[in-house]
Design a protein around this ligand. Structure first.
Ligand code: SF4
Length: 78
């Protein structure tokens, strides 16, 4: 997945590690067919790819984890 961190952000080791992890997603969409929450709910944000996008947006823009984001990310942990 393409990311847009600034050089200053990438100086932070945690963000640099997150950047590498986020970029491993090639946006292929293969995960959606086998993701239980996506199959059940039909919302891209409830798939691995959608969750990766939400996390990327939060980290790139230094946003807090909103209730909207937490809802979609937490649906994948049980
Ligand atoms: S998370 Fe989903 S979209 Fe991203 S590389 Fe893995 S299977 Fe493909």
């Amino acid at each position: 997945m393409q990311t847009h961190f600034s050089l200053a952000q990438l100086a932070d080791p945690d963000l640099a590690e997150a950047n590498g992890i986020l970029r491993n997603c090639v946006h292929c969409g293969f995960c959606t067919a086998t993701c239980p929450t996506y199959v059940l709910l039909g919302d891209e944000l409830d798939s691995p790819r959608g969750r990766i996008y939400l996390i990327k947006d939060m980290l790139e823009h230094d946003k807090p984890a909103t209730a909207h984001m937490v809802k979609h990310v937490d649906r994948g942990k049980d």
